[in-house]
Design a protein. Structure first.
Ligand code: 5GP
Ligand code: MN
Length: 329
């Protein structure tokens, strides 16, 4: 672990207005880090604006502060203009400017632009960067930043940071889970977070439709590479039949990943005009390298990419041989 860069601390200490941004299709770490840092900075008397390209997904609407997230870029620029230069933009949990979405390049025009992230493939964008690829989550880093700033964590921010950590570590199961991760989580529990409540909110929250969707998705299971590669898929018609959305597929990929022979689990998701692919590894395979070959990225154990103009079968047929080769078969 590295100390928080001095320039980042100086920027946070000196700037009056802060825009917080995170990646598209935000997950628990993206939103949890964003909302927790908003709470911490507001506690320091800063004017804070949280920006997302799309509204907060249903699953995360219980997070304190989620109702204040702004999806209108014009409001961001009105906020920036009012700052008359006394501004800072912080991108959280995002490995490159494009992952901030269509608004990325406009947000990138705010200076100084700081980056707090733990993605292995982070391409070092921004004016001030604090990137630690071995961290469990950006939430863990935001906790350390608060400590360096001499700020305590409110119960609201603790809920957000616990969400960030527990989701990005797969409930403390991934390789990136360190003793420090547990120490931070322990501090959050000491500030009132209830792990049982959080598990109920985040994981044990199925509707009947969602369980029926899982039934259909698991029925698509295909095994390759001598049972080392597991592939599942979701189609638009499955969503229609069960009255669900892609948000309901969250964590489904952990089931094929849980097979003891599996080294890589693949989840193919049919969207309009594009196939979105999630990859999860267990053991030594670095799926971020595979995702990068298809124009995506991510972490060693969790990564993804998108492919336009191909069917689910075509994407599978392109991907499986690459994975087999990566696994030395
Ligand atoms: P998920 O499978 O949950 O969509 O994504 C897992 C991780 O892979 C994300 O945290 C993100 O880092 C990365 N990822 C997913 N899709 C993309 C993509 O299209 N481009 C890049 N650069 N990273 C992605
Ligand atoms: Mn993350």
């Amino acid at each position: 672990m590295c100390p928080v860069p001095e320039e980042l601390l100086a920027a946070v200490r000196s700037r009056g207005r802060v825009v917080l941004a995170t990646h598209v299709n935000p997950d628990g770490d993206a939103l949890g880090s964003q909302l927790a840092l908003a709470d911490i900075l507001a506690g320091m008397g800063r004017e804070v604006l949280c920006y997302l390209e799309e509204p907060v997904p249903h699953l995360y609407r219980f997070l304190p502060g989620s109702e204040r997230v702004v999806t209108d870029l014009d409001r961001v620029f009105t906020f920036v203009e009012k700052a008359a230069g006394d501004i800072l933009c912080i991108s959280l949990d995002c490995g490159d400017l494009q992952r901030l979405g269509k608004s990325g390049s406009r947000l990138g025009a705010i200076h100084p632009f700081a980056v707090i992230d733990h993605h292995r493939g982070n391409n070092g964008f921004g004016d001030l960067a604090w990137i630690e690829a071995d961290r469990s989550s950006t939430g863990e880093m935001v906790y350390d930043l608060a400590m360096e700033l001499g700020r305590d964590i409110s119960p609201a921010a603790a809920t957000c940071l616990y969400t960030a950590i527990v989701t990005d570590t797969g409930s403390f199961r991934y390789e990136s889970t360190s003793s420090h991760t547990f120490a931070v989580a322990g501090e959050l529990v000491a500030r009132g977070v209830r792990p049982d409540d959080m598990a109920a909110r985040l994981f044990d929250n199925y509707s009947v439709g969602r369980l029926q969707l899982l039934q259909r998705v698991l029925a698509t299971l295909e095994m390759y590479g001598g049972n080392r590669i597991a592939v599942i898929r979701v189609t638009a018609s499955m969503l229609r039949e069960t009255g669900t959305t892609l948000e309901d597929t969250e964590n489904f990929i952990n089931l094929p990943r849980a097979v003891d022979t599996v080294a890589v689990a693949v989840f193919l998701k049919e969207k309009t005009g594009v196939v979105s692919v999630s990859l999860r590894a267990r053991g030594g395979c670095d799926v971020s390298r595979v995702a990068a070959r298809f124009g995506g990225g991510g972490h060693r154990n969790a990564s993804g990419f998108r492919m336009a103009g191909r069917s689910l079968d075509e994407v599978r047929d392109l991907l499986v041989p690459v994975l087999e080769k990566e696994l030395g078969q």
